[in-house]
Design a protein. Structure first.
Length: 126
């Protein structure tokens, strides 16, 4: 398989929620959402993230770069331009790239000391 063909240019994560509080030392145990982005190709990826909510207009794009032949883990908690992502609010995201990438989604929920971690591959759209 040609490594430059790994992935898609558009992905969706229908489930998003950053818990409003955490248990444990920061930043390791801070409750968060993460998009794990893999760019196995030979060209840098210019990635744009749009967020969708149930009760207001979308927000974005948040712009990220993933260098060629690299991975980048982006905590949604750290995204603040064009605006910070609200806590304790359900949202979905659409992630678009100029080159094929792979997107995996994870969440750490440390509101209780018995924390939960979930991870899933995002839905490839194109």
């Amino acid at each position: 398989m040609d490594k430059t063909s790994i992935g898609h240019r558009c992905w969706a994560i229908a489930e998003g929620h950053i818990p409003g509080n955490s248990t444990g030392p920061a930043p390791q145990m801070t409750s968060h959402e993460t998009a794990c982005l893999l760019n196995a190709g030979d060209e840098d990826a210019r990635v744009r993230i749009m967020l969708y909510f149930s009760d207001r207009e979308p927000v974005g794009p948040y712009e990220i770069e993933v260098l060629a032949r690299r991975t980048r883990h982006v905590r949604f908690n750290d995204l603040d331009d064009p605006e910070p992502i609200p806590r304790d609010t359900d949202y979905a995201s659409v992630i678009e790239s100029n080159v094929p990438i792979v997107v995996q989604h994870s969440r750490l929920d440390s509101r209780q000391s018995e924390l939960a971690l979930l991870s899933t591959v995002a839905y490839p759209m194109t």
